[in-house]
Write a protein that binds this ligand. Structure first.
Ligand code: NI
Length: 133
């Protein structure tokens, strides 16, 4: 694939944000950072469609805090038609790792993952999806 150069004009503040993004993500240069941002955004848009996809939502949380188990359970029941299985692992006295296998419309799975990951007290949350038809 050929590489095309083009000029970009940015405010100082935005450029600093780009440089922070570059170093935070350990990217070698600004070009890679811009590529990263474009790809992430396009992928994200792609997931806001009606394609049938399958994947997993992975969350890590302290089960003592904010009643997360119950709240997550409540959300999962609302989306029961998208959930294939839920695996709950007690990592230690406090922390839980939950892997929720999902299949359905990309838009709906994104919605489900956003709701779970946004729960107060979720330490880490991520949705991974792949086309399934
Ligand atoms: Ni647990």
């Amino acid at each position: 694939m050929s590489v095309i150069r083009f000029g970009v004009s940015l405010e100082q503040e935005t450029l600093e944000k780009l440089d922070n993004y570059t170093s935070d993500n350990k990217l070698p240069n600004r070009s890679q950072a811009i590529r990263h941002l474009i790809e992430n955004n396009i992928v994200e848009k792609k997931w806001k469609c009606n394609n049938i996809v399958a994947g997993a939502i992975v969350i890590v949380f302290d089960h003592h805090k904010y009643d997360i188990n119950n709240k997550s359970n409540e959300i999962q029941h609302t989306y029961h038609h998208c959930i294939l299985s839920t695996q709950h692992i007690h990592l230690n006295h406090d922390l839980c790792l939950e892997t929720i296998a999902v299949k359905g419309k990309a838009q709906e799975l994104t919605e489900l993952a956003d709701k779970i990951i946004a729960l107060k007290g979720i330490q880490h949350g991520k949705l991974v999806m792949s086309k399934a038809n």
